[in-house]
Design a protein around this ligand. Structure first.
Ligand code: F0G
Length: 446
């Protein structure tokens, strides 16, 4: 067991602490979310961030090869013997001058962190490697998640690679086929619930508690530790400099929560001297965070947030039978489980929140595709959001911005083909019909 880490309830009135060997997911005393915390004074940390880069020279060591475990000193909650890796985190920060120019930015200012290059094609592998390492440490034999698709693909891959059973809860008709096909292929046991993601999320928590199954949704604090490394790789891609902005889509709000934690910790231990600003982008059809923060004025407020605002909002969703609806199915979530941690991250990073329409998401996705990177709809919310932030002057055109492309282009080909062939939008690129006749084909191409 780790001597260096423990779990702590995020509720400032509770703050209960637990050993990392406990599989609890929520505080047993007050029901709030848990953090993984570290005794930094007992951990041998590098003097400067660039020391992590030296591990590239020893990349035949499987942990140095992993883009997550290369930073293991910063997520030091289990011994190396338990660490599971399938080569996650070999992802790149790509400068995208063309897209920057299209957006009216300084061409050198825009960077895309392409998490679609992970083994299962999304950022989830960063978190899953950490969650399954913890699962191995505590001797779990079965895992489960609720998912809009990517979590299930990643969970099934990791469970298969380390010998745990995997059960996936998905909403009926709510999952892109690229993702569903992955979890079926990796041997995941798929349970299709007659409901949406929020229903699945509720059910899976009770099922896991009842049947003693290891839950790998982002409620799991160990999973979020792995996702911190996305930010470390952005810093690495910028020569260990801190950008001005991180822009990320918001669904269940695990990423935004872990990014805020990463920067707070790096500042606390003196490895960075300033924290970038964070923009979290919702889809308009699933914009709980935007409504709560921008319209209802909900803030973390040092932990003294106004629970009444949240309760009233959710009671209204229940009363009206509200169901989220967006083409960005990955973020079609109206009750984000990490809401409070995300509020905390917004405070740490002086963050902003906004929502973007499905049309804006699909246009942005096609623009990203034109520059050879490609992503799924939810990921493009970051670029669509950035357009708004540039237009209203929140982000300056010379500021350095890193947008996280959370999932691969091939995850949801239906959305892409539909946009190009049926929607007649600004960046649509439909196939042209021609008869099976050489001259007609030549005439068409002249
Ligand atoms: N982008 C993609 C491609 C996702 O799959 C998800 C979440 C998000 C963004 C949102 O990230 O939850 O950290 O705010 N997908 C989950 C799933 C819910 O089940 O695959 P978040």
């Amino acid at each position: 067991m780790s001597q260096h880490a423990y779990q702590k309830c995020i509720n400032i009135d509770c703050g209960a602490e637990f050993d990392c060997s406990q599989v609890i997911v929520k505080c047993p005393q007050c029901g709030d979310l848990l953090d993984v915390k570290y005794h930094w004074d007992k951990i041998e940390l590098p003097e400067k961030l660039s020391d992590f880069g030296n591990r590239w020279a020893t990349r035949n060591n499987r942990l140095d090869f992993s883009g997550v475990w290369r930073f293991r000193d910063l997520l030091n909650f289990c011994d190396d013997q338990y660490k599971v890796s399938v080569g996650e985190g070999q992802t790149l920060l790509q400068q995208c001058c063309g897209l920057a120019q299209d957006l009216g930015m300084n061409p050198n200012s825009l960077f895309l962190q392409y998490e679609g290059m992970n083994p299962s094609g999304s950022f989830k592998d960063n978190g899953m490697t950490a969650a399954f390492s913890h699962a191995k440490m505590v001797g779990a034999v079965a895992s489960a998640c609720a998912s809009t698709g990517n979590t299930s693909a990643s969970m099934a891959l990791y469970a298969h690679s380390c010998g745990l059973k995997a059960t996936v809860f998905i909403g009926e008709g709510k999952i892109a086929f690229g993702k569903l096909s992955q979890s079926m292929d990796f041997g995941g046991h798929t349970i299709q619930v007659a409901g949406d993601f929020d229903d699945c999320m509720r059910q899976v928590q009770d099922v896991c508690a009842e049947l003693n199954i290891y839950l790998v949704n982002s409620l799991n604090p160990f999973r979020l530790e792995g996702q911190k490394t996305i930010m470390l790789r952005i810093l690495e891609g910028l020569g260990w400099e801190v950008p001005d902005w991180i822009v990320v889509p918001g669904g269940n709000l695990g990423n935004s929560s872990s990014f805020g934690k990463a920067f707070a910790e790096l500042k606390e231990i003196g490895l960075i001297d300033r924290i970038p600003r964070l923009a979290v982008i919702n889809a308009t059809g699933a914009n709980t965070l935007t409504e709560l923060v921008n319209d209802k004025g909900l803030k973390w407020n040092g932990g003294a947030y106004d629970q009444q605002i949240i309760d009233t909002y959710y009671a209204n969703l229940d009363a009206t039978g509200y169901r989220p609806e967006t083409i960005a199915s990955a973020i079609e979530i109206s009750r984000p489980v990490n809401l409070k941690k995300c509020l905390r991250a917004l405070e740490v990073c002086n963050g902003v929140v906004l929502d973007v329409t499905d049309e804006e998401i699909l246009d942005a996705k096609a623009q990203v595709g034109r520059y050879g990177l490609g992503c799924e709809p939810a990921s493009a919310a970051s670029i669509a959001g950035l357009k708004h932030l540039l237009a209203n002057g929140t982000v300056g055109k010379d500021e350095r911005v890193a947008c996280v492309l959370t999932g691969h282009q091939l995850k949801d080909p239906d959305a892409t083909v539909n946009y190009h062939s049926k929607m007649a939008r600004a960046f649509s690129n439909p196939p042209v019909q021609v008869e099976n006749d050489l001259q007609k084909i030549i005439d068409l191409l002249k």
